[in-house]
Write a protein that binds this ligand. Structure first.
Ligand code: SF4
Length: 67
């Protein structure tokens, strides 16, 4: 949808230019990803009703809180 386009969401984070995305940033390392690293697809709180790829990425990526 338009939100995904605005945030440059991609299913495969590795396709994003290194100048744009740090190499450790994936949906599964993002605070907004509802799943665990074992989930291939999960919900993301900024894309209601959609699933995002664990190996995906978008420009709203945010670090998880320190455990
Ligand atoms: Fe993936 Fe995080 Fe962007 Fe959601 S906010 S699509 S989990 S990188």
């Amino acid at each position: 949808g338009p939100m995904a386009i605005a945030l440059n969401y991609v299913h495969d984070a590795r396709t994003v230019d290194a100048a744009t995305r740090q190499s450790d940033r994936f949906c599964h390392t993002c605070a907004l990803f509802a799943g665990t690293p074992d989930d291939e697809w999960e919900k993301c709180s900024i894309f209601p009703g959609k699933a995002v790829a664990a190996e995906g990425w978008c420009s709203a990526w945010a670090p998880k809180a320190e455990k």
